[in-house]
Design a protein around this ligand. Structure first.
Ligand SMILES: Cc1cc2nc3c(=O)[nH]c(=O)nc-3n(C[C@H](O)[C@H](O)[C@H](O)COP(=O)(O)OP(=O)(O)OC[C@H]3O[C@@H](n4cnc5c(N)ncnc54)[C@H](O)[C@@H]3O)c2cc1C
Length: 512
């Protein structure tokens, strides 16, 4: 990295990427491939991996086939299963980073970004990190929508008489064998963890506030011989990827045409009927909203696990914890040795939004007013040279996040190339462009199952705006992001040579 300063240490980098999960690693690789060599990837955790470093609970795996849930620039990866598990995906990210030369000169683990502010005079971001101050021309936030755990917040939880685990903060040291385990939550993590732990525990009780639609998961092994055959057939893996993409898009099509979701509902009901003989249990597991309204789940082991005699479903919300009992809204008192909270993430809250300040001194959080908005989920009006990865209104309930991410990375590299070509200092999406785009997104969302399916979900902000979902096809999103549109942006001219001794970025309490 160039430029060390005397006085306050201020290291300058062309592009700082925050977070080394799928998004940050992909960004660093793609930017370097596009000729942007001065990239620094800052990761607060002890190692790279994001989601796949943190979620080590038993049964954790992807639910989009791995050939699609992986970078398109690593087509030769031999996955051991159709849906790889957490360890394999984490190892894949480590190998990919190594293979693409993301050494210590690029990737710094154990460095948390605490805040950032745009310095209009210098035309740069000033960053405060746990490793001192940095400045950057371009800031890329790859902090992940599914990163900050949502806690079970009920009276008495602090006084629980035993270990409390969140699925994203698993502790292998907690003994489950022969213990009475209670799981709270019925989303994607719960349907994976319950089948994986039930054979060890003495009893498992699952508190389900809302029933979920669950389709079978064809979790097939891909043995080495099959992988060798795929290696020998040119284009075989990419054909698999295209087939999986088309299948996922089929789900997406149904989500945009909710009457078609009924067909999938019939499949999910048949799946439930085959696995669960008890009528009352089946009723308790049958959702009362349209399939796709919440994230669609897949598992072939969840329903059979619930049908086991030592596993019990409580179709009620948890209202309190009393000593070693978990209390349900229906009066259930579940004696518990180990409490597992599969309560998901604070999806709508970008981790750094409260300590990231634009030129007018407002934080991203203040600018958003509780409703995250961006242009193409990537650029935010009032925040120059800032790029969000997997930002607002980009994902659907069916797409591989990596497909969306790679389209954004193409957009990012095109934007940076344009900055260079024009000799500009900064680009900022025009407020009118962002407003018109978001109005169109919200209008189109009205017709989707996400908005009309009769459920509440993490797709919505507390004010009731869908800030998560993309209302059109993934193909349409990829096409939109493949054309960088300079006219949508205001361009700023180069500044005088910036000083190297400005004071570091203020902390939250010091901000103006
Ligand atoms: C259990 C689970 C299964 C999933 N399965 C699928 C699937 O099958 N298909 C799919 O498409 N998606 C899936 N997802 C969604 C998944 O999160 C995304 O696909 C993808 O991994 C997100 O990558 P990311 O890099 O954007 O974010 P993350 O993986 O969350 O990485 C963000 C990184 O940023 C770091 N960070 C945050 N704040 C700071 C800071 N201030 N300073 C420095 N570093 C910071 C974090 O430590 C983290 O390493 C799943 C999510 C979970 C939780």
């Amino acid at each position: 990295m160039p430029a060390q300063a005397s006085g306050p240490v201020l290291r300058h980098v062309r592009v700082v990427v925050v977070g080394a999960g799928f998004s940050g690693i992909g960004a660093a690789i793609r930017l370097r491939q596009a000729g942007v060599r001065d990239v620094l990837l800052l990761e607060k955790g002890p190692q790279l991996g994001g989601t796949w470093r943190d979620n080590t609970y038993p049964g954790c795996a992807c639910d989009v086939p791995s050939t699609l849930y992986s970078y398109s620039f690593t087509p030769d990866t031999a996955w051991s299963r159709l849906f790889a598990g957490q360890r394999e995906i984490h190892a894949y990210l480590r190998t990919t980073a190594e293979r693409h030369g993301l050494g210590r000169d690029v990737l710094r683990c154990g460095v948390g970004v605490l805040g950032a502010r745009w310095d209009p005079a210098a035309g740069r971001w000033r960053l405060e990190t746990s490793d001192g101050a940095y400045s950057a021309e371009v800031l890329v936030l790859a902090t992940g929508p599914w990163h900050v755990p949502r806690r079970l917040d009920v009276p008495g939880i602090e006084g629980f008489d035993g270990p409390v685990l969140h699925t994203a903060e698993w502790d292998d040291g907690v003994e489950l064998a022969g213990r009475r385990v209670t799981v709270v939550g019925s989303g994607a993590s719960a349907v994976q963890v319950v089948p994986a732990i039930q054979s060890r525990a003495a009893t498992v009780r699952l508190f389900q506030r809302t029933a979920q639609w669950v389709l079978p998961k064809p979790d097939l092994a891909l043995p080495p011989a099959l992988n060798r055959s795929l290696d020998r057939l040119p284009g075989a893996r990419s054909a698999m990827r295209s087939g999986q993409y088309a299948l996922q898009e089929g789900f997406g099509y149904a989500f945009r045409h909710p009457h078609l979701a009924r067909v999938l509902e019939a499949g999910a009901r048949a799946h439930l009927r085959l696995a669960v003989r008890d009528r009352r249990l089946r009723q308790a597991l049958t959702p009362d909203y349209r399939l796709g309204c919440k994230r669609l789940l897949t598992s072939s082991t969840f329903y059979p696990a619930l049908a086991r005699p030592h596993v019990r479903l409580h179709p009620t919300a948890v209202t309190a914890v009393r000593g070693n009992e978990v209390i349900g809204a229906d009066g259930t008192a579940a004696p518990t040795d180990v409490l597992i909270t599969a309560t998901g993430f604070r999806v709508g809250e970008l981790p750094l939004s409260r300590s990231l300040y634009g030129p007018d001194g407002r934080s991203l959080h203040e600018a958003w007013g509780g409703e995250p908005k961006a242009y193409l989920g990537t650029s935010v009006s009032g925040f120059p040279n800032l790029f969000l990865l997997l930002g607002p209104n980009l994902l659907g309930g069916s797409t591989s996040a990596i497909t969306v991410l790679e389209a954004q990375l193409a957009y990012l590299t095109a934007a940076l190339a344009r900055l260079d070509e024009g000799g500009h200092r900064a680009l900022e999406v025009r407020p009118g462009v962002q407003a018109a785009y978001n109005a169109a997104v919200q209008e189109a969302l009205d017709g989707t199952v996400y908005n009309s399916g009769g459920c509440t979900s993490y797709y919505f902000s507390p004010s009731g705006r869908n800030t998560f979902a993309w209302p059109w096809s993934t193909g349409h999103l990829v096409r939109r992001l493949s054309r960088f549109d300079p006219a949508s942006y205001a361009w700023r001219e180069p500044a005088a040579t910036p000083s190297q001794t400005e004071s570091p970025v203020p902390t939250r309490s010091e901000r103006p």
